[in-house]
Ligand binder design. Sequence first.
Ligand SMILES: *[C@@H]1O[C@H](CO)[C@@H](O)[C@H](O)[C@H]1NC(C)=O
Length: 495
Amino acid sequence: MWRKASAAALLALAVGYFYYGSPELPEHILQYVGLPGLQTSTAPQSSLEEVISSAWEALITLPSRQWSKVAVGVNACVDVVVSGVGLLQALAVDPGAGSDHEVLHSKEDLKEAFIHYMARGAAAERFFSDQEVFHRIARAAAEYPGAKLYVGGNAALIGQKFATYPDLMVLLCGPVGPKLHEMLDEQIVVPPESLQETDEYHLILEYKAGEQWGSTQAPQANRFIFSHDVSNGGMSSLETFVASLEEFEPDLVVLSGLHMMEGQGRALWEARLKEAVAAISEIRRDIPIHLELASLTDKDFMNSIMEEQVMPVVSSIGLNEQELLFLSQAGAGPHAELPSWKGVPDVGRVSDILLWILERHGRSDPASEADLTRIHFHTLAYHILATVEGHWGNQAAAVMAGARVASSQACGLRSVDVGKVQLRAPLEFSSSHGEPREALTLDPARPVTVWRRGNVTFHFTPVLVCKQPLRTVGLGDAISAEGLVYSEVKTPQPF
Ligand SMILES: *[C@@H]1O[C@H](CO)[C@@H](O)[C@H](O)[C@H]1NC(C)=O
């Protein structure tokens, strides 16, 4: 027995060596490692996780034509992460009974809402209406011992990810205060019109599982988030952003922050969304626009995004399983009857909804007026990149690169540590939940499964899920940014 195991370990070592020594060889070796008999008797070194991770390293390559200038907007802020109980004690409020408030008007409201959610161990996000009181609390939070400050807001996080590629010029538009400006990567250009005197702080009050305050005990760890973020809430930088594109001449535009409008109340977001669409429509038609939809929670708002024609004016969207189901529910699409996903979302169902979006709101029919040709879908266990035939290239590398960054960043690492991750995606699935359906499998040695339905091609890859995630904020942003870096837009062939 030990002989077999050590032989396998040796082979794994040799394979590991070969990946680094000779990148053009691994396909052949991987098939060898992938033999089922060998798989069951191998030591941890040649686990499925290792085979997948090594295959990613060998197979992910940049496209032949890369972006040179990317413009990103428009939500940006400073995230202050602090102990909730500690901060409230420092603000001299006493524990008491919890009570939910839709909008926080005072320290008392904040305390009651915090206790309400802490008692349930549930996440929540609220708007704090009093600017002066908010700024005092924000200052106390930033100075609280152990408080951690991070770059926040999807646009800023996407910009930071792009800035890890030295040849890429990155323009960031959004409410950038002095603290955020100091924290941003030097490579990021912020137009002067985007700089403001004060930062937009988002306060993230954390509590641990079992933590006690007064008579309240948290059943599990979670966070309560609040801000007085008027700039991001109104997407106030959008017009500046669009105006700055003329001079910057980007070859890719990435837009996020639509979800920030939700908190403003229906009357305001209805009007602002119309203006936003008008502004987005001003962007030159030949520049692809990626819209990051993450963090949407309101179905009415989601419905408006579709009805107000946001979808058709962008070329690409990035979203997670929750937003995907919202989209389908809002527009009576496939599987709209599902109240929520249970466990890992079924690949066939996800594929049905992706196809429906691209056929209904996208350019799957070349005669359509819509621009949408690409959806980067991410969920904890796997990602799918769905593209309309003929518009995008390098999809396999793009979807793998997004999964690789999810697998490393969740663990707080720069590269995947196979000892800290776990494969949670199915290896057998179907191309659809309905008929006709194709039975599909994932080969860990070539970890992208491809299928086609109508004019849409699907690229699937698993995520190696971090077993003890450190910081998951901004993971969706990193996935979408990385996927875009490895994507190539194809110039449509003239007729
Ligand atoms: C797929 O593309 C063809 C033309 O290439 C078009 O005629 C057809 O309607 C498209 N199918 C769908 C479902 O949009």
